[in-house]
Design a protein around this ligand. Structure first.
Ligand code: 13P
Length: 284
């Protein structure tokens, strides 16, 4: 079965005032934990893979798993490349059937960011794939991209208008106070800025770094135009902790079919909470 792009999923969210959760997956088990839970809750979902995940799990394997999963589930489901910086890699993955990508050129100066993104958009759109790009810069670490707090900066609404118009992107990732990874203190989101961006841009907006952001803040962001919410760290931690607990209790364990079960269950619990936060249950 052909992979879907994310446009239809995200436009439905935009129209109906919820967000599609985008969960970062790493292997078969994490895909299963996300999909089984979203299928139960009837939530549309985006499975996101960063460059390290693709290096680790192999893009052909990941694509094949998602294609097979699409035959088994009834919910709208898309596979998405998250935070890819390498244009060649994006194009070759789109050529292999991937239909949703994020080109992250946010570390480059504005004009360069536009030129890189535009090139990806032209290629991806010709293949029927959707493109997300980021303007502004989130702090924290996602995959191998590390941004110090002092280098992070928020999305400028008037620059965003220019960026969207000149690149032709389908969705815009905004920097409004979230960061990748764990927070040292509760993040304060700049809702006023988000509202301004929403007033001048009509394409769906994306919130990165949602792990550790209070539910109410995410829901307020959804009210103000966020239609896709990215979650990675908060799923990885319980998955890993459950494996550590299992080995503490069973030091001689050696069967992945046993010790990965509690890991998947722990991850599934967080997926369920985040689906509720995004108000995406019963939308699929
Ligand atoms: P967190 O790890 O902070 O949830 O960020 C995820 C993300 O934004 C992936 O693109």
């Amino acid at each position: 079965m052909k992979l879907k792009n994310t446009k239809e999923l995200i436009l439905d969210a935009q129209k109906n005032g919820y967000a599609v959760p985008a969960f970062n997956i790493h292997n078969l088990e994490t895909i299963q934990a996300v999909l089984e839970t979203c299928e139960q809750l009837k939530s549309p979902v985006i499975l996101a893979a960063t460059p390290s995940t693709v290096d680790y799990a192999n893009k052909e394997y990941l694509i094949a798993i998602v294609q097979e999963a699409m035959e088994k589930v009834t919910i709208p489901l898309a596979f998405h490349l998250d935070h890819f910086e390498n244009v060649k890699e994006i194009k070759s993955t789109v050529a292999k059937g991937c239909r949703s990508v994020m080109i992250d050129a946010s570390k480059h100066p504005f004009e360069e960011n536009i030129a890189i993104v535009k090139d990806v958009v032209e290629f991806a759109h010709a293949c029927g794939a959707t493109v997300e790009a980021e303007l502004g810069k989130l702090g924290g670490q996602e995959d191998n991209i590390k941004v110090n707090e002092k280098d992070a900066f928020f999305t400028d609404p008037s620059e965003a208008v220019d960026f969207v118009k000149r690149t032709g992107i389908d969705t815009l990732a905004v920097a409004i106070g979230t960061a990748h990874g764990l927070y040292k203190k509760e993040p304060k989101l700049d809702f006023e800025r988000l509202d301004k961006i929403r007033q001048v841009i009509d394409i769906p907006l994306v919130l990165h770094g949602a792990s550790g952001v209070p539910f109410k803040a995410v829901q307020q962001a959804i009210k103000l135009g966020i239609c896709k919410v990215n979650i990675a760290t908060e799923l990885k931690i319980p998955f890993s902790s459950a494996i550590k607990d299992y080995f503490n209790k069973h030091p001689d364990a050696s069967d992945p079919r046993k010790y990965l079960v509690p890991a998947k269950e722990a991850m599934a619990k967080v997926v369920e909470e985040k689906v509720k936060m995004c108000k995406s249950a019963q939308r699929g």
